[in-house]
Design a protein around this ligand. Structure first.
Ligand code: HGY
Ligand code: MN
Ligand code: MN
Length: 420
């Protein structure tokens, strides 16, 4: 594979080197008022507004921009051989509540910059290049993550579109409010063979690069994630007049289930388990909790660990409520198995990292990504850049401009290898 070291290696701070970071910081300003950190949740007005900026940045980079029925923003740089399957780059720009500025946007802006540099070098790449800002990668109030990439993979079902949030709004309605068209969701699916590969640059969201003093990692595999909603129905009672032995307290049952989930994560083997969301009704200080709804999630690179955890969680959700006179219901929200990154693409990313002077680590990802969904339609691979202190999903999330630039150069080198 002839590789011409044709592109200038801009250093961070130079016009080209500084563009990515400048774009990142511009996007970071578009946050939900009154929310901690750099919050820009999918379906929020600020997220909708931020898509205008992403659209503008894609357009000013010379891409033809469109929004697909799933609300994904897709920038296209036509190749000289349009009949060849396209190379897709992307990530997401929505955040978790209280999130940071880099989880997702770093990948979208680096992808945009890589294609911009390819375009600026003159001539056309052989392959058509697509830069995608996938809608709604983070879990949302409808209980599912990766909405846009799920649609691209043909995995966003009519059942998903009927899911409702706390206000009763359906996912279909929310998508329409984001400029999507749920009635045409099938058109968002990328037919097999239209994509040659999907590359995603992402912040590591862990400490392994920082501890190793490295600037880049090539991802080997992405952990599988199982998520379940558990509803616990007790009985609302007066907190003063109801004797302790006559209560059906949904909150205490939820507390026991949550500690049980922690035990599942700590039982050894290759996994982690979390309860990060708990809603109570009536949520009053002087009422024994009638209803508790929690979302449990667990992750592993080992499918058998995930399957075993499914069974243990179901046991937990049966035993605890029985002890507490509380009724329980478990509903699976999503169950994705581990995703292997393409060996061939990993070697392209390894060579590209070395081309820009980095000796990369090879790491598994415990975070989920749009690449998981894209793996259904083409080979995928990911590059990680460091996260300061390993922090992510919090305002402290940070990656240095120079580190973003090194990742962008490596991504550009990989695009050059795969598309020129
Ligand atoms: O949950 C995750 O791993 C990703 O940030 N959505
Ligand atoms: Mn995230
Ligand atoms: Mn992410």
């Amino acid at each position: 594979m002839a590789v011409r070291n044709w592109y200038p290696l801009p250093v961070a701070g130079s016009e080209a080197g500084g563009r990515v970071f400048a774009d990142l910081m511009r996007l970071a300003e578009m946050v939900e008022p009154g929310q901690p950190g750099w919050t820009r949740r999918v379906f929020s007005p600020e997220y909708l507004k931020s898509r205008e900026l992403v659209w503008e940045l894609m357009g000013s980079a010379g891409l033809e921009v469109r929004r697909d029925p799933a609300g994904n923003l897709i920038g296209t740089l036509q190749g000289a051989s349009p009949d060849q399957p396209a190379l897709i780059l992307g990530s997401h720009t929505d955040t978790v509540a209280g999130g940071g500025r880099f989880d997702g946007p770093c990948g979208v802006m680096a992808a945009l910059e890589a294609v911009r540099r390819i375009g600026e070098r003159g001539g056309r790449p052989q392959r058509t290049l697509l830069v995608v800002d996938f809608l709604g990668e983070e879990p949302n109030d409808f209980g599912i993550s990766c909405v846009g990439s799920r649609a691209a993979a043909g995995h966003l079902s009519s059942g998903h579109l009927r899911l409702r949030d706390g206000s009763g709004r359906t996912l279909a309605e929310a998508l329409a409010q984001m400029g999507g068209d749920p009635d045409r969701i099938a058109e968002a699916r990328w037919p097999q063979g239209t994509a040659s590969a999907y590359l995603e640059l992402h912040v590591e969201q862990g400490t392994r690069l920082e501890e190793a003093g490295r600037g880049l990692a090539v991802v080997t595999a992405i952990a599988g994630i199982h998520r379940a909603e558990i509803r616990l129905e007790g009985r609302a009672d007066h907190s003063g007049t109801t004797p302790m032995d006559r209560r059906s307290d949904a909150l205490l049952a939820a507390a026991e289930v949550s500690l049980g989930v922690e035990r599942l994560g700590r039982r050894g083997g290759l996994g982690v388990a979390t309860v990060g969301r708990l809603e109570l009704e009536p949520n009053s200080p002087n009422v024994v909790a009638e209803r508790a709804t929690l979302i449990a999630e667990y992750r592993s690179g080992d499918p058998s660990w995930l399957a075993a955890t499914d069974a243990l969680l179901q046991e937990e959700v049966t035993q605890v409520p029985a002890r507490r006179g509380v009724r329980a219901q478990l509903a699976w929200l999503s169950r994705e198995g581990p995703t292997l990154c393409s060996e061939e693409l990993r070697s392209v990313l390894l060579a590209s990292a070395r081309e820009v002077g980095e000796e990369p680590l090879e790491l598994a990802s415990w975070a989920g990504h749009d690449a998981v969904q894209m793996a259904a339609i083409c080979p995928v691979a990911m590059l990680f850049v460091p996260s300061r202190g390993g922090r992510s999903h919090c305002p402290e999330e940070w990656t240095d401009p120079e580190q973003v630039e090194v990742g962008t150069m490596a991504l550009t080198a990989a695009v050059a290898r795969l598309a020129l």
